[in-house]
Structures are given as structure tokens and as C-alpha cells.
Design a binder for this molecule. Structure first.
Ligand SMILES: [Zn+2]
Length: 224
């Protein structure tokens, strides 16, 4: 069961095309898997006029919510009539490296991924390059059972969507399907639950500040 969702402000920003591509893809990955958030988007659409006008009308594209819902509905239609996408050999190899039972998000279609790279003991990562914004800082983290990311905080917004497995960050437990938004007020150390590895999709705006010297060196190597 999904317990952690994007807040209304983030859903509205997604619907209104006001998010940068990285955060938009991570949030859309949550929405495609979460019936609660799809219903919430429809509720926001129903009260939309007033709500959107109270927000920042100059920045909102007209009919943006309706368009977003149509896109999501079109995605749902695709799942019922699957059309095999054309995939490169590298992409096939990457998809084959994923754990059994893990669904590859529709929001990542057209994106490319690097092979898994070593980040630390039990920790690997893959850079995700979005087709429509190659500079967006989006990546996958793959962490073994019981391992943890070094403790860190951020000077920007970090969005995380759990694709597989579960972790606990000292505040809350996050299962597959859960979404997390962290900023500079959050200082956390995600620890993967025992019993299975965890794969997350994340976007980071601004820099991540790790506590330890080794962690800082590692992260500058990988450009995080
Ligand atoms: Zn949700």
C-alpha cells in the first residue's frame, strides 16, 4: 500500500507544466502507479478554476490539468493494450538487470540509462538521461539489503520514488510506490530494509551535502 504521496502543490505544479523535467518525471512516475494521486488530480481539476486562479494564474497554462489527466489516461490505455517499444541492445541489457517483478516506469520511456556503476559497498547507481532535457539531474540508486546511503542533507529539493524494495530514513518507512520530497530542512540517512535490495528513482535540484569526507569525494566523482 502506498502511504507517501506528493503534496497538492507538487501535483498542481506537475499538471500545470511548471516543474523542471527532472522533478516532473519523478512525480509522474509516482502518479502513474498511484490511483490515489490520479483521483486527487481529478479532484483538483474539478475545483480547478478557483484553485488555479488563486495560485499563480500568469504561470499556468490553460487546460493544463485536463491535458495531464488525458496523458495519464492515455498511459493507462497503453497498459491494457501493450505495444512493444523499440529498444536498443543496451536498454535491453539494463532492463534485464532489474529484479524480477519490477515494473519499468512508463515515464522513463525514451530516456537512456548508463550501466550500473559502483558507488560504495552494496551501492550502485545509474545516470538517467531524459530525452527532452539531457542536463536534468536524474538517477537510479540500487542499494543492497541492510545497506545505507551516507547521511546527507540538500541545498535544493530531492524527490525520490521507490521503484522496488523498501528503505527507512530514520523518519519514516518508504515502500515500493512511495514518494518522498526532502529539502535543506531534512537531514537523513536512508537505510534499506533487510530482506531485499531497493531501487529508487531520484531527481536532485541543487547539491547534495554529504557529511563524511569519503562520501563527499565519492559524490563529487559521480557528479552528485
Ligand atoms: Zn500518490
Amino acid at each position: 500500500m502506498i502511504r507517501h504521496h506528493p503534496d497538492d502543490a507538487l501535483l498542481l505544479a506537475l499538471a500545470a507544466d511548471r516543474l523542471a523535467r527532472g522533478p516532473a518525471v519523478v512525480t509522474a512516475t509516482h502518479v502513474e502507479r498511484c490511483s490515489h494521486c490520479r483521483a486527487r488530480l481529478r479532484d483538483l481539476d474539478a475545483v480547478g478554476g478557483a484553485l488555479l486562479e488563486d495560485a499563480e494564474p500568469a504561470l499556468l497554462a490553460p487546460e493544463a490539468l485536463a491535458r495531464t489527466l488525458a496523458r495519464i489516461d492515455a498511459g493507462e490505455a497503453h497498459t491494457s493494450v501493450p505495444k512493444p517499444p523499440v529498444r536498443s541492445r543496451a536498454e535491453m541489457r539494463f532492463l534485464a538487470s532489474l529484479p524480477a517483478g519490477m515494473t519499468w516506469p512508463r515515464s522513463l520511456r525514451g530516456s537512456t540509462t548508463t550501466p550500473w556503476r559502483w558507488l560504495g559497498p552494496g551501492m550502485r547507481w545509474s545516470r538517467v538521461t531524459l530525452a527532452d532535457d539531457r542536463a536534468a539531474n536524474v538517477f537510479l540508486l540500487r542499494i543492497a539489503a541492510g545497506k545505507s546511503l551516507p547521511s546527507h542533507t540538500h541545498d535544493g529539493i530531492e524527490l525520490t520514488q521507490v521503484l522496488h524494495g523498501a528503505f527507512h530514513d530514520g523518519r519514516e518507512r518508504f515502500d515500493a510506490g512511495d514518494f518522498d520530497e526532502a529539502d535543506g530542512r531534512v537531514h537523513h540517512q536512508p537505510v534499506v530494509e533487510p530482506g531485499g535490495e531497493c531501487i529508487c528513482l531520484a531527481s536532485v535540484e541543487g547539491r547534495v551535502a554529504f557529511d563524511g569526507r569519503i562520501a563527499q569525494v565519492l559524490c563529487s566523482l559521480v557528479g552528485m
